[in-house]
Write a protein that binds this ligand. Structure first.
Ligand code: IVH
Length: 671
């Protein structure tokens, strides 16, 4: 039995690790329920043994009754804003002023992304978090200490050497894009209010009087400056931020120190190119004179420092007019309203369409045709309409017509239906609906599916419209004559198309399953199915319970697979595809020579030091086989936190189960 002190220490460490991973990697290590259960356990122990509570105990993150209002806190040092540069010329002008005032020939700048969130000040006294406040008007803000304590990447206690006795850290609180999408998807499906953008979601989450609500939001903090400090710090901005990082305070991994304004422009271009792929929204780059001594000499004008500037990116949100709504029918029959917009330039591209998701979303927005709407484009996300501009005087009179959902499929005229619990309205026409058929063929031919090069959307439309395709199986019946007769298809393109269709006959089981377009069966699920059952017939014959045994197959996906397998039209198409010569090699779990040859491993649950994929590939490199499900043939199971049914199955089959530390020992012993 561990002592209470050991248990407290272990639980504290575990919760801190889980909490940190929640942000560092995109997906949490364990389900929220596990985190909550460990938290309950730790709270109970701390209640029994208050002396054992550690200063940075995660139980201190949420506590206390909801507030009735936020207190006001005066900032000991005002929180300033930044001047903006909207062009390279503005930036060069800023640099010229800095050089001139300092009478130097070159300047070292620290470059950082300008995070689009909420500015906060967090005070540590004796290394403990004692206060957090919003920026407010810059002179005083609101006391949001209880809420900031719930943010899992904000340290409650600093660790390390030479921590100043009083340290005010300033930075931005944001919600990463993935967390934002999840939050909104959840809100959308339960009919709650969705947030317009991650910044509003972060602000709304911090404005909660009940910190229990804030604790459930995926907030994250990044420090970008210090405020009042009693004690000593390095003489430079970058040195200071690196110090903060050593004490456990998160700073931007994109921070970079450069000399000269050309290097700043290069940094700007580099980050601008990465902007869409970043996990969070940024609205520009901040350049700061790196030396504190030079910063002091430059000083401030009105509300902004002379030693820093924000070079802004093109806006991600702009307003435009909604000209009309088209209804698109997808490959599963789902009918999506698509907004036709007066073209606008958003975040670097011209946008003339945006998704309106579904009927619920249209109702939530209260939008009518003719309205001026705010369009947002961020990351790879399809442009969205986030709100309606109500007070636009130019368009104050709302002349628009309401958006009416079609009562018949706009493509084939078949009936439409709305399944219980679903937001989407679907055409019931199946592949008899040309729009659905086109979607099905597009998916079938796509790169990650059958990878039929040269078979693009336009050509598919032509083939379906000309009646050459009634199902994906017809692709393999196309001839030089039938394709050659199509508009704009010369000999060369016809030949290329036919040879890439022929080449696609040879595939893999998992790509083929994915290509079938079974609802909710994406690439990963297709791979799991193929590794688990190892044959198409086995998948199609599997009862729901057997399907649910597979990684990431739940009851809904299992039902979709059963429904697909039951459908006689699908069976007929599968037979035709088989007859057309579609084939794949037997599914083999990688075999090899090496010290672990002859062993079969299953890695399950979350790992901390490496990803599951990395663990598997390192095992395979040592000659082991890896599998996704536990069977009597399995020789070892690596179970990380969150391992569920596979661990149980291994236990019932008396297969050795080891944890990640033991796995690392095995890998390091052999590598
Ligand atoms: S420095 C005295 N650095 O931008 C300089 N600000 O327009 C204070 N912001 O209120 C700000 N990322 O909320 C700085 N890397 C960054 C930033 C940043 C975002 C925000 C901050 C501030 C606003 C000023």
């Amino acid at each position: 039995m561990p002592s209470p002190a050991e248990e407290v220490a272990e639980l504290t460490a575990r919760l801190k690790r889980w909490g940190a991973a929640y942000f560092e990697i995109d997906s949490p290590l364990v389900p929220d329920a596990d985190y909550d259960a460990a938290m309950v356990q730790l709270r109970a122990l701390e209640a029994d043994y208050p002396d054992l509570q550690l200063p940075d105990s995660p139980t201190q993150r949420v506590g206390g009754a909801p507030l009735s209002a936020f207190e006001t806190i005066a900032h000991r040092m005002p929180m300033l804003s930044l001047d903006n540069a909207f062009s390279e010329a503005d930036l060069i002008e800023f640099h010229r002023r800095v050089i001139e005032r300092l009478s130097v020939s070159e300047i070292t700048y620290c470059c950082e992304p300008k995070l689009d969130g909420v500015a906060v000040s967090i005070v540590y006294e004796g290394g403990r978090l004692i206060q957090a406040a919003t920026r407010g008007d810059g002179v005083s803000g609101e006391d949001i200490t209880a809420n900031v304590k719930t943010i899992r990447n904000v340290p409650l206690a600093l660790s390390g050497d030479d921590i100043p006795p009083y340290l005010e850290v300033r930075g931005e609180i944001i919600i990463p894009r993935s967390g934002f999408e999840q939050m909104n998807a959840r809100a959308r499906s339960s009919g709650q209010k969705v947030f317009v953008n991650p910044r509003n979601a972060a602000a709304g989450s911090l404005r909660q009087l009940d910190s229990g609500v804030t604790a459930k939001r995926p907030l994250a903090f990044t420090a970008y400056a210090v405020g009042v400090v009693e004690g000593s710090l390095p003489a430079s901005h970058d040195g200071t931020l690196r110090c903060l990082a050593q004490w456990g305070i998160p700073i931007s991994e994109h921070m970079q120190t450069v000399t000269g304004i050309e290097a700043c422009e290069v940094y700007y271009e580099e980050l601008a190119a990465q902007r869409d792929g970043l996990p969070f929204d940024i609205d520009g780059i901040v350049f700061k004179v790196n030396s504190f001594e030079q910063q002091d000499r430059l000083g401030f004008i009105s509300r902004a420092p002379r030693w820093a500037i924000a070079r802004k990116f093109p806006a991600q949100e702009v307003s435009t007019q909604l000209l009309g709504v088209d209804f698109q029918v997808g490959r599963t029959g789902a009918i999506t309203p698509v907004a036709r917009l007066e073209p606008v330039f958003v975040a670097g591209v011209t946008v003339s369409n945006a998704t309106l998701h579904n009927i619920d979303e249209i109702e939530r927005l209260g939008v009518v045709i003719g309205d001026v709407v705010v369009v947002r484009r961020a990351g790879d996300v399809i442009p969205q309409i986030v709100s309606v501009v109500r007070d636009d005087t130019e368009h104050a009179v709302r002349v628009g017509a309401p958006i009416v959902f079609p009562s018949q499929c706009p493509a084939c005229g078949a009936a439409v239906e709305r399944e219980a619990g679903e937001a989407a309205i679907r055409c019931v026409g199946g592949v008899g609906c040309q729009a659905q058929l086109k979607g099905v063929v597009r998916h079938f031919a796509s790169r990650k599916a059958m990878n039929i090069e040269g078979l693009g959307g336009k050509l598919i439309d032509q083939l379906v419209d000309e009646g050459l395709l009634q199902s994906v199986a017809d692709l393999f019946r196309l001839t030089k004559e039938s394709v050659g007769a199509l508009d704009r298809m010369g000999d060369k393109s016809t030949e290329n198309l036919l040879s890439s269709i022929a080449a696609a006959r040879q595939t893999t089981l998992s790509k083929f399953i994915y290509a079938l377009g079974i609802r909710e069966v994406g690439e990963a699920t297709a791979r799991s199915l193929s590794e688990h059952f190892m044959s198409l017939d086995a998948i199609l014959a599997a009862p729901v319970e057997a399907l649910e045994d597979v990684d990431d197959v739940g009851p809904v996906v299992a039902q979709h697979i059963r429904a697909f397998a039951f459908d006689e039209r699908n069976r007929a198409i599968l037979n035709e595809l088989h007859a057309a010569g579609i084939s794949w090699p037997d599914v083999k779990l990688d075999a090899g020579d090496g010290p672990l040859a002859g062993t079969i491993w299953v890695v399950t649950g979350k790992l901390v030091a490496m990803s599951r994929e990395e663990a598997e590939s390192r095992l395979r490199a040592l000659g082991a086989k890896t599998a996704s499900s536990v069977s009597t043939k399995t020789t070892s199971v690596v179970a990380g936190p969150g391992a569920g049914s596979k661990r149980k199955r291994a236990e019932s089959l008396a297969i050795p189960i080891i944890d990640e530390t033991a796995l690392i020992d095995v890998l390091e012993a052999h590598e």
